[in-house]
Design a protein around this ligand. Structure first.
Ligand code: KIV
Length: 290
């Protein structure tokens, strides 16, 4: 069984994702919100890049995912598109951009494909909207469990499916999204044992985030896994780097060099031929005398 990253130049497709599930090959998915982070995701060989509405918090500084607009998400998604050629690019439909009607959902999904170049869109819950978008020609990734856009209604940012009834509700929602034609579904913050039970019923690839090891793939928010922000992070995050620490060290060293005039050095300066410099000085001297 090969777990090699996909070769660059052969774009990830929905059928390749389904094949990965069938072969038991784990799917690696990560968020990205701009050109350089998408380029890094491309170079790292991940399978799927999600321009998550988590970008509302990680790059736009909002207190939650709720305020981010479609226009803002399109700017982030288009930037990520320019940095990618191999992974599947999924754009997250923000809160309030798809719930009102099928027409609204289809119009928003089409904007993500036409204006930002997304291959697919993701939405939270809403099997009916998923069905309408799929029928309109845009592949849909579902999202169940902890759905941050409606976290208040779910009792806050907490694990879901922790009673038999709540676990059954998560299963039902996942089955509805699958039946609606979703090509994959994110399971967020669900007890691992509940995921194990649900996985037996799922035919499409399931991507977990805080849902245990039995899903077909995993997704993490880039800023969590690389340590780009300083705040607290959910229990399910594994931190693979301290990028914020590195950025801070670099900026502090730069500011110190500027203040002590250690930067710029001669190697950072442009030169001029000595005779040209002499002519300039002569001209300025002549002008002063005139
Ligand atoms: O917005 C996001 O980053 C997400 C992932 C956590 C799946 O929805």
């Amino acid at each position: 069984m090969s777990h090699a990253p996909p070769a660059k130049g052969r774009p990830m497709t929905l059928s390749k994702l389904a094949e990965k599930k069938a072969l038991g090959e784990p799917i690696a998915m990560v968020t990205a919100y701009d050109y350089p982070s998408a380029q890094v995701a491309e170079a790292a060989g991940v399978d799927v890049v999600l321009v998550g509405d988590s970008g509302a918090m990680t790059v736009l500084g909002y207190p939650s995912t709720v305020p981010v607009s479609v226009d803002e998400m399109l700017v982030l998604s288009a930037a990520a598109r320019r940095g990618l050629s191999t992974p599947l690019l999924v754009g997250d439909l923000p809160f309030g951009s798809y719930e009102a009607s099928d027409e609204q959902a289809i119009a928003t999904a089409h904007r993500f494909v036409k204006e930002a170049g997304c291959d697919a869109v993701k939405l939270e819950g809403s099997a009916d909207r998923a069905r309408a978008i799929v029928k309109a020609g845009v592949p849909v990734m579902g999202h169940v469990g902890l759905t941050p856009q409606t976290a208040t209604a779910l009792g806050g940012y907490r694990a879901q499916g922790r009673t038999a009834e709540r676990a059954k509700a998560v299963l039902d929602e996942a089955l509805e999204l699958q039946e609606a034609g979703s090509f994959a579904i994110v399971f967020e913050a669900i007890p691992a044992e509940v995921t194990d039970v649900i996985m037996g019923r799922m035919e499409v690839p399931i991507i977990g985030i805080g849902a245990g090891p039995s899903t077909d793939g995993q997704v993490l928010v880039l800023h969590d896994l690389l340590g780009i922000h300083g705040g607290s992070q959910p229990k399910f995050v594994k931190r693979y780097a301290d990028v914020r620490g590195e950025m801070l060290r670099g900026l502090q060293a730069y500011a110190e060099d500027v203040r002590t005039r250690a930067f710029p050095g001669p190697e950072h300066a442009y030169g001029i031929a000595p005779e040209e410099l002499a002519r300039l000085k002569e001209q300025l001297h002549d002008r002063q005398r005139a």
